[in-house]
Write a protein of this length. Structure first.
Length: 139
């Protein structure tokens, strides 16, 4: 199809205005950060304990150890968590929430509920969209 035909077709269609962006849907890092900071409010935790909390709460859905480790490193670098390791056991770190982490958590507690609602809506619409194509003969 040449460019002029595409342009005419686009011009003839009604323009749909975007009210939200997919960037407003909840990101995996926000899910992890929220879990980590909520758990740390109950006291210090080792990475393995944080991972198990996520898996248990999300009914056996989890995140890779490497990704969780990177998020914890980033949260420590941003000052949201404090890392400790007893007796030079760098592979057996535990984490505590900082004042900055508590503020970050409070902000997420305020910002995430509408984003979760939007995510549920988007995923439902996407599921419906996918189902339109599930009956296609894809030989």
């Amino acid at each position: 199809m040449d460019e002029s035909k595409v342009s005419k077709r686009i011009q003839s269609e009604e323009v749909v205005r975007k009210e939200e962006s997919l960037g407003q849907v909840v990101k995996v890092q926000q899910v992890i950060d929220f879990f980590v900071l909520s758990e740390l409010q109950h006291g210090r935790r080792y990475q393995s304990e944080l991972e198990q909390s996520i898996v248990k709460t999300l009914e056996n859905v989890g995140v890779s150890k490497a990704y969780l480790s990177r998020r914890l490193q980033k949260m420590a670098a941003e000052g949201h968590v404090i890392r400790h390791w007893p007796d030079d056991e760098r592979y057996n770190r535990y984490y505590e929430i900082s004042e900055s982490g508590l503020n970050y958590f409070i902000n997420m507690l305020r910002d995430l509920p509408p984003r979760v609602k939007l995510a549920q809506q988007v995923y439902k619409l996407f599921e419906d969209y996918i189902s339109q194509y599930s009956k296609m003969n894809l030989k």
